[in-house]
Ligand binder design. Structure first.
Ligand code: ADP
Ligand code: ASP
Ligand code: MG
Length: 411
């Protein structure tokens, strides 16, 4: 008997018809002889509505209470889905993150999973139940409800698949797979048959909202086969797998853009051993996740240092930097919130040259100014003005022919 984990995102459980359709998929998988776990997100835009409700009462709500509140969105879905399954003649039980022993650390709003008690789920399988688990949430050592960050139900699903050694983790969503770029922005994007963990990890952490970045880390570490597919039509989606040799032949697999970013710059920061260490240790202590860091020496005494953070971390980052005022000397601090990051990703970059100049050329032709550039072995990212994000992404996608299957591209 196999084990299948099926995750349904918000739009895939938005109303009664969709909940029944999702329930039917799970029942079909169970009828094929599998033990099935369903992981569900909050219905439709429920999480956004709950955030708006909280903001109406307090523009700086305590994070613990936000997690307590937001977790209710998923809890509604799972009990409704169980109710639907019972009506369809299927034994099923819904569970919160706490009830299945999804233990996390205590970093509210971006908690990390520490362990999962697989025994509890096996006990439900033994009773013939489909187990419907509330995604996005866990419980810390003190019994507090935590959440894993926006889009975190993917991570709940992949982590559960890893803990249960499931045959597959199916991610059912409103697109039929992973595309070369967000099809809402780049209309000509095409679906990929497969993509490596490393590539989708880069794309996800650089703004491709189709998968939660942490979920891919679990998938790669524990060898979970992830299948991203449509909840509406029954066709093959995209498989996320380990790298296979032919992937090296593809120069750029995908492109993405990320808004909701801020850049913090320290001009004329003291150029002495330990300065960067002190700054980033303090930011880490404040649980700020820092993206790209750029430092350049401007003289023997001074350097310019800048880094990007997600908008949701900006306030914490600012406070952390201000707290350092007495121990780190700098001339000026600047903050830009009107930026976006455009990135191209591909494992083929390791063995091909000319990617950077092609990207810069495409941006130049589209009259997009580049603020700063960062690279890794398999990606190149440019910070641009936020209002040029779409133009920039489309220009870059066209340049790398991301509207064509890899074998039909000119290079
Ligand atoms: P769910 O609620 O099912 O988790 P999400 O909204 O989180 O769904 O993710 C699906 C969305 O991700 C799509 O509607 C699409 O607009 C967006 N997206 C961004 N980048 C990509 C990409 N490269 N391929 C497919 N979808 C993408
Ligand atoms: N409901 C949460 C969100 O909207 C988690 C998820 O959908 O994965 O971010
Ligand atoms: Mg999602």
């Amino acid at each position: 008997m196999g084990i299948v984990v099926q995750k349904f995102g918000g739009t895939s459980v938005a109303d009664a018809v969709k909940i029944r359709k999702a329930a039917q998929r799970a029942i079909d998988a169970a009828k094929k002889g599998n033990n099935v776990v369903v992981v569900a997100s909050a219905r439709g835009k429920q999480t956004d509505h709950l955030i708006a409700d909280a903001m109406e009462l307090n523009s700086n709500p305590p994070r613990r209470e936000m997690d307590q509140l937001l977790s209710t969105g998923e809890q509604q879905t799972v009990s409704l889905m169980a109710i639907a399954m019972h009506g369809m003649g299927q034994k099923a039980v819904s569970m919160t993150g706490g009830q299945i022993g999804m233990r996390t650390d205590s970093v509210f709003s971006k908690a990390r999973i520490q362990s999962i008690d697989a025994k509890k789920i096996h006990a439900e399988f033994d009773k013939g139940n489909i187990v419907i688990v509330a995604g996005f949430q866990g419980i810390d050592e003190n019994g507090n409800t935590t959440t894993l960050g926006r889009g975190g139900s993917d991570t709940s699903a992949v982590a559960l698949a890893a803990a249960l050694k499931a045959d597959v983790c199916e991610i059912y969503t409103d697109v039929d797979g992973i595309y070369t770029a967000d099809p809402r922005v780049y209309k000509k994007a095409i679906k990929m048959k497969q993509i490596s963990y490393d590539e989708i990890l880069e794309l996800a952490s650089l703004g491709a909202g189709v998968m939660h970045g942490r979920s891919i880390e679990f998938g790669k570490k524990y060898d979970v086969t992830i299948h991203v597919r449509s909840s509406l039509v029954d066709i093959e989606g995209t498989l996320i797998t380990h790298e296979v040799p032919q992937m090296e032949g593809i120069l750029v697999s995908g492109a993405t853009s990320q808004k909701n970013l801020a850049k913090i710059g320290l001009i004329g920061v003291e150029n002495t051993p330990g300065t960067a260490a002190k700054i980033f240790a303090h930011l880490a202590g404040a649980k700020v996740s820092v993206n790209d860091i750029i430092q350049t020496e401007v003289s023997k005494e001074k350097a310019n240092l800048s880094f990007t953070v997600g908008n949701s971390d900006l306030l914490d980052a600012k406070t952390a930097i201000e707290e350092l005022k007495s121990s780190i000397k700098y001339d000026k601090i600047f903050i830009r919130e009107d930026i976006a990051e455009i990135s191209v990703v591909g494992v083929g970059m390791r063995s091909h040259y000319g990617v950077a100049n092609k990207m810069f050329d495409a941006l130049a032709k589209a009259k997009v100014n580049i603020d700063s550039i960062t690279t890794s072995e398999i990606r190149i990212s440019c910070i641009v003005d936020e209002d040029q994000a779409e133009t920039a992404l489309i220009a870059v996608c066209d340049a790398f022919e991301l509207d064509k299957p890899a074998e039909k591209r000119s290079k």
